[in-house]
Design a protein around this ligand. Structure first.
Ligand SMILES: [Mg+2]
Length: 227
């Protein structure tokens, strides 16, 4: 069955774990400790980048492990969120494009660099845990995007849709999967694979309504839609 893969954060939903749980939790620890706001968040990001440069890609995204082992405080798994708060973070056109694909018998996969525990409560809050046949995460595969093994974990992946060139586009292309980039890409330098600088997507769209237009106006580019 042809499967279309999506990145989660900032492609389908505006980073619900970060906004609704992780940042408020870490900020509360900063206040308790009397350190300048942002100190722990910066330290965790910095340590994550260090792991990334060493090639420990899975670990680079495991912020609770970094906080526990290097900063000495606990970040628990997020509790079930308020569904309305998560719904407010869904990107324009996301529901439409997922519905369009499902109606045509296309399967959906999520390939995310967020740990399973960071993503599942938000998928459940949206009722999307039933829509995605695969949820591919660093803790399940043992690596992270742009490692092509993240994409090879999904059988018959015919297209990948994401917002970050160095994670989504590069990883998909490296796995031999056509890539759509949504939005302008990050302005700051992204965490990247030093061997993958030259990368460009097969298609670029401003938002997920643009992807829907692409499916409707250029069917020859997506022959699996007609199967
Ligand atoms: Mg993203």
């Amino acid at each position: 069955m042809p499967t279309v893969g999506f990145d989660f954060d900032d492609t389908l939903v505006a980073n619900p774990y970060g906004r609704l749980f992780y940042r408020p939790w870490v900020t509360a620890r900063e206040l308790e400790a009397g350190v300048e706001p942002g100190t722990y968040l910066r330290k965790i990001a910095e340590i994550g980048r260090r792991y990334w440069r060493r090639g420990q890609w899975r670990r680079a995204f495991d912020w609770p492990a970094i906080a526990r082992e290097e900063l000495g405080f606990v970040i628990p798994d997020p509790p079930a969120p308020d569904p309305d708060e998560v719904a407010a973070l869904v990107r324009p056109g996301a529901r439409d494009v997922l519905g369009f694909l499902l109606e045509r018998g296309i399967q959906l996969a999520l390939v995310t660099n967020g740990m399973t525990a960071f993503q599942i409560p938000y998928l459940q809050a949206l009722g999307w845990d039933r829509l995605f046949r695969h949820v591919v995460t660093p803790d399940r595969v043992g690596t992270a995007k742009p490692d092509p093994r993240m994409f090879w974990a999904v059988e018959d992946l015919v297209l990948f849709v994401g917002d970050r060139p160095w994670h989504d586009t590069l990883g998909a292309k490296r796995a031999g999967v056509p890539a759509v980039m949504v939005g302008p890409g990050p302005v700051r330098e992204d965490r990247h694979d030093p061997f993958g600088r030259a990368v460009s997507p097969d298609f670029r769209v401003d938002d997920l309504y643009g992807l829907l237009d692409l499916f409707r106006t250029r069917p020859a580019a997506f022959p699996w839609l007609a199967r």
